[in-house]
Ligand binder design. Sequence first.
Ligand code: ATP
Length: 813
Amino acid sequence: MRIAVLTSGGDSAGMNPAVRAVVKAGITKGCEVYVIREGYEGLVRGNTAPPRPHRKVHRNLPAERLAHFGDDSLLKNLSFGDGPALREGAGDAEEDEQESGTLKGRHIVRVGWDDVRGWMGEGGTFIGSARSAAFRTPEGRLAAAHNLIKEGIDGLVVCGGDGSLTGADRLRAEWPDLVKQLLSSNQITQDQATTYAHLKISGLVGSIDNDMALTDMTIGAPTALHRICEAIDNINSTAASHSRAFVVEVMGRHCGWLALMAGVSAGADYVFIPEQPPKSQPWEEEMCEVIRRHREVGKRKTIVIVAEGAHDRDLNPIKADKVKDVLTEVLKLDTRVTTLGHTQRGGRPVAMDRILPTLQGIDAVNALLEATPDQPSYMIGIHENKILRIPLVDAVKQTQAVAAAIEARDFATAMSLRDPEFEQFYHAFNLTSTLEKGNRLPREKRLRVAILHMGAPAGGMNAATRTAVRYCLSKGHKPVCINNGFKGLLDDNIADVTWLKVDNWTARGGSELGTNRTLPDTDLGGVASKFQQHQFDALFMIGGFEAFSALLILEKARKDYPAFNVPMVHLPATISNNVPLTDFSLGCDTSLNALVDACDAIRQSASASRNRVFVVETQGGQCGYIAAMGALATGAVIVYTPERGINLDTLRADVRFLKARFMLDEKGKSEGRLIVRNEKSSDVYSTELITSIIKEEGGDLFDARSASLGHTLQGGIPSPIDRARAVRLTMMCMEFLEKHAHDLLQHPPHRRRGTRDTAAVITIQGSGIKFVPVEDLVAHADMKKRRAKHTWWEGIKDLSELLGGRTDLVAHK
Ligand code: ATP
C-alpha cells in the first residue's frame, strides 16, 4: 500500500511523533510512505516538480560492511527515502521556494526511515500545517483527489483538529463522485478509477484544546496543559507575595478542557468555561462570592482562569479584562491579566504527547491496512488506557453537537456530550474549590477519615491528599491526616490540616505528610488501638506496593481486630507502577517526564559527540514499566527490563544491531543512540559492564557512556496529568468510602463485619476504573518480586526497539 500522512489546522506538540510513528509503522509493514507538506493546501497543490532520484543511504557500503547485517534484509532497506531533510531550512532550495507564504514544487514527498530521525522530541510539525480555503471548495477537493491518484496513494492519515477531520470525512464521502468526475473529464484512466475506487482514511486527533468528542485525549493537549500549569505555578508565588489576583486567559474557543483541567491541576479559585457558564445571571456576584470566601479564610492569592470562548448564559462573552475590572472594583483586589497565547502550543512534547501519538500513529496505519470498502473511516482515540477506533463520522457529529448545544444555550446537554470525565472534573473542581457549605451531609453520616502515605514519594500524592482533605471538609467529614505512615500513627503523629493549609499542595512534589515503609504488622494491636482511639470510620491510603501490602494485612486482621472493620481504600502511587491490576499509578507520568527531560539532554550530548551510545539506568525496582515506556518516549533503541532479563545472546544481538545501525548512518551525520536499562534487569550484566562491552565492541564505529538517573526520576513538580488523575481518583475513593461506611457504620463497632469488597484498591484497567477487593489482587501479584504477574505494557519493549530500528525483531515474530 502507498500511504500518506498530513498535519492540518493549528499545530500541536505531538504531531511530529505522530508522523514519525506513521512513517516507521508504514515502512515496517512494507508500505511506501509519503508525507504531504502544508496540510490540505499541499494536497490541493500537489507536485509540480519531478521527484528526486531514489536514495539509499547505504548504497555505497562495501560488501564486508554489509555482511554485518546478516539475514536482516529489512534493516538494509530501512534507510532510504527521497524525502529531503524536512526540517525548516534544510530542504532543497528549489522545493522550498516560497510563493505567497506557501510552498510550491513538491508537496507530496516519499520519505524513509531516517527522514524522521529525532522527531520524537520536537514541537510543532516539521511537515507544515496550514488552513486551506481551497480544500473547502469542491474544486479544491477534486484537485486533492487527483493528486492522490496521480501519486498512487490509496491510504491517508490526517492529523488535525475537528475541522481537519471533518474535511477528511467529507473527502471520503465525496470520493466516489470525485473519481467519477476525474474519469469523465479524462484526468484519470479507467484503470486508475478502478484501482482507486475507495480512499482509506484514518484520523489522528491533533489539537491542543482536547475538543474532539468520543476520545479522552487529543495529541497536544497534555503538553498545552503542562505549559499552562507551569505558568500558573510561576504566577502563584508572585500572586501570594503581593496578595494579588491574576486572571489567566487560556485557549479553547468551544471547549473548556484546558481551562477546567488547569483549574483542577493548578488549584485555581474560579474557572470560566464555554460548556457551563456561571449558574447565576449576571455572573459577577457568583464569582465574587467564591473569591470573597477564599479571602475570608486567609488566602493571599487569587487565580481565575478564563477560557478564550467563555460566555455567560446569554452567550455574552466573558473576557479576561472584564473579570479583572470586576475583581478590582468589587473586591478591591490588585489584579493583573496574563494571556498565555501561543506559548500554549507547547514546544517540546511531554511524555504523554510522545507515547500517545506513537501508539495511535501505529494503529492508524493498522486501521488503513485492515480497512475494507464497507467499513467506516476511523478516528483513533483513547479511553483511559485503551486505544480505540471510533467512526470518524460519529466523532465529528458529536463534536459538532456540543457546539450546537452551547449555541442553543442548552448547557446541560453540552456537558453531557463531553466525556464523562469532563463532568467529573467539573464536579471535583467545584467541590474542592468553592468552600460552599451546602454540600454538608447530616451529622450522623459524617465520618472521621484517616489519610496516610506509604512507600516512596510519587508525584500526585499531595494533590490526592489535598482533594481528600477538601472533599471531607466540604461534606462535613473530619479528615485526620497522619504524618509518617503507620509509624506516625503509632506515635500519634497527626498533622494539622485545614482547607487553606493544603491550598498549594497540588503543585508540590514529594510527600507533605511524610511517608514510611513500616507495615502495620510490626504492631497490629497498636495500630488497631490507634484506630479506636482516633475513632476512624474510614481509611484512605496513598502509596505503592507497600500500601497494597498494608491493606492486605489490615483486611486479614479484621477477624481479630474489629477496629479494622471500616471501609479502606488504597490509591496506587508509585513511580515503579508495580501495583497489580492497575495500568497506571500516580507518579508514573511525572517520572516519565523526568526521564524524557534527562534523556533529551543526554541524547543531545550523545549526538553532539557523534557515534556515541548512552546507557541510561532507571529506577523501578523489579518492574520495567518506566524503562520500557521511557524508551518508547525517548526513541531509545534498546531496553532492558527485569521481566525479560539480559543474557549473552541478547547482548550479542544488540551489539550486532548497533554496529549495523551505525554503519547505515551517513558519514559525519551519525546520531547518538540511547539504551535504557532498568536497575534490576540483571545482577551480572550491570550498566557499567554493558557500557564497557559496547565500547569495546564499537571499535572505531561508536563509543559508549553510562548515566544513572537515580532519584531524579521521582520528579520535582508533579505533572498536570498526575495532579488531575489524583483529583479524579481521590474523588472516587471518597465516594467509595462514603458508600461503604453508610452500610457498615449502621452497626455498633463490635458487630461490624467488613466484607471483602470494603477493602479495595482503585485500579485503571483498560477503558474503565474499578475498585478491586485487595484479596483479589494477590492472585495477580508476584509478592516476592513486588510486581504484577502480567503487565499490559509487556509489548512496549518490543515496540520501542522496533521503532528504534530493530527490524530483526520483525523476523522473530
Ligand atoms: P484546530 O483544533 O487547531 O482549530 P482544526 O483542524 O479544527 O484545528 P480548522 O481550521 O477548523 O482547524 O480546519 C483545518 C482545515 O481543515 C481547514 O483549513 C480546511 O482546509 C479543512 N476543513 C475544515 N472544515 C472543513 C469542511 N467542513 N470541509 C472541508 N474541509 C474542511
